[in-house]
Design a protein around this ligand. Structure first.
Ligand code: NAD
Length: 443
């Protein structure tokens, strides 16, 4: 499968975009029946190939029990079933009794969707479903790093979708640079901050609006109003998923010192229950996506080792892209590990005696994509909600807001611009057009 992995010749890219624009200008993507047809094709793409898609994700990331495929199916199905109500014009009050005023959700045109490798199927299919539901044509650029998923998804998109409505461009920085020179009506990008700045600069040349779904350092605040065993299960379970390569993973924990021994015991207990005493021997413990990414993590880890901050784990093996679930304590904000999003299975714990201290630490960094609070105290909850900023907040859980599609999903500041999911996806890929219809009596 991987031997098929090919990048799009850069000379083809302008033609691909021009064809997509030409299709939009035929207006055929506007009809709801056409949109549903495309969504049904997308549903079939995923449902008829779910085993192969799951296998591709496993080949790239060794991630076994996969929720990407069920999520994609649920999302597409929901758009098909609710399309009429999602795009229904929203009535507005008129100026004078006789005019009709309403907001019409109009498709933007030709949109570009750039995916990331950590959820290589879902991060393409989910925004794509929103773009189609809103009546656009789309060019998708899956991540070239998740080679097996990129190859399979490309083949399936070409087989199931109308290529003039959904086209694929494959490649890395070189191809994406050429792609970004083209004019789009919206760019939806998922990935890291450095490339997001490149995307936004390219978009600015054409005043193209962007949605940037980024990451950052998501903190978990553990308070003395917490069931430590349950909090540890959530933090450790989500940290191990995809080996920490999840934008919503807990990046660091803020916890009073007197609770840390108990918390650490439960974090270790959770990992050992999931993967045994040696995660390397487990069939289901994921791997770091590339050797390059592992080397980046090893550098951070080696600094922490020199400073004697590793209290659990710390092993890695470049030959099979393995890094053990690892806990660091006595971590300070100035430490190397706190400089950038970790995006791996390293979990630093920072001493933080009370909720005020936790809020102060959070406010020293960039706004995270998600902020997690473990507490049943409504005063804690209100303090965090009113005195910090983040894309989302979850009290007493990790990452599950992603699955609630009645909530918008996105960041703020350096964790992103814009949002999607459910009706928010349709809005992201639509223009809210103000329409006022007055009778000729007003002329
Ligand atoms: P990345 O920034 O390296 O790459 C993302 C995309 O940009 C890829 O398709 C890649 O081909 C393209 N790209 C790479 N270099 C480029 C260049 N010079 N010019 C133009 N395009 C270029 O991101 P990544 O490593 O794939 O993903 C990891 C990051 O994504 C993390 O920061 C993570 O938190 C974030 N993320 C966010 C979400 C979310 O929904 N908010 C989801 C997953 C990942």
């Amino acid at each position: 499968m991987v031997s098929e992995h090919k990048f799009t010749p850069v000379s083809d890219i302008p033609k691909i975009v021009a064809a997509s624009r030409a299709t939009f200008l035929t207006h055929r993507t506007q009809s709801l029946e056409f949109r549903k047809e495309q969504l049904r094709a997308l549903y079939l793409l995923v449902s008829e190939n779910s085993a192969d898609l799951t296998g591709a994700i496993r080949a790239d990331l060794n991630r076994p029990s996969d929720f990407e495929i069920p999520t994609c199916l649920r999302v597409i199905k929901s758009f098909i079933e609710n399309l009429e109500s999602l795009v229904e014009p929203q009535k507005a009050t008129g100026l004078i009794g006789t005019d009709k005023s309403f907001v019409r959700l109009s498709p933007l045109g030709t949109v570009l969707i750039i995916g990331a490798w950590n959820f290589p199927i879902m991060l393409v299919i989910e925004p794509l479903a929103g773009a189609i539901a809103a009546g656009n044509t789309a060019i998708v650029k899956p991540s070239e790093v998740s080679v097996t998923s990129d190859t399979l998804l490309t083949r399936l998109l070409r087989k199931y979708m109308d290529p003039s409505v959904v086209a694929v461009v494959n490649g890395g920085a070189e191809e994406t640079t050429v792609l970004l020179k083209e004019r789009f009506d919206h760019i939806f990008y998922t990935g890291g901050v450095a490339v997001a700045k490149i995307v936004m600069q390219a978009a600015a040349k054409n005043l193209t609006p962007v949605t940037l779904e980024l990451g950052g350092k998501c903190p978990a605040i553990v308070t003395d109003k917490t069931d430590l065993a349950k909090a540890a299960q959530k933090i450790a379970g989500w940290k191990a998923l995809n080996c920490g390569q999840v934008c919503l993973s807990v990046d660091y924990v803020l916890c009073p010192r007197h609770l840390q021994d108990e918390l650490i015991k439960n974090l270790i207990g959770t990992w050992q229950h999931m993967y045994g005493k040696d995660a390397k021997q487990s069939d289901v413990y994921p791997r770091i996506i590339t050797k390059r990414q592992l080397e980046r993590l090893e550098k951070v880890l080696s600094v922490a080792k020199k400073e004697n901050k590793v209290v659990y784990g710390g092993e890695s093996d470049l030959s099979n892209r393995y890094m053990a679930p690892t806990i660091l304590t006595d971590v300070k904000l100035e430490d190397t590990i706190m400089e950038e999003e970790i995006f791996g299975p390293l979990l630093p714990i920072i001493d933080c005696e009370d909720i005020q201290g936790a809020v102060d630490v959070v406010n020293k960094g960039e706004h995270p994509l998600a902020l997690y609070l473990f507490s049943d105290d409504p005063v804690h909850v209100e303090k965090v909600l009113s005195e910090t900023r983040s894309g989302g907040v979850i009290v007493n859980d990790i990452a599950t807001h992603f699955s609630n599609h009645s909530l918008p999903f996105g960041g703020v500041g350096h964790s992103g611009i814009g949002n999607y999911h459910g009706k928010y996806s349709v809005e992201t890929f639509s223009h809210k057009r103000a329409v006022m219809v007055r009778s000729q009596a007003h002329l």
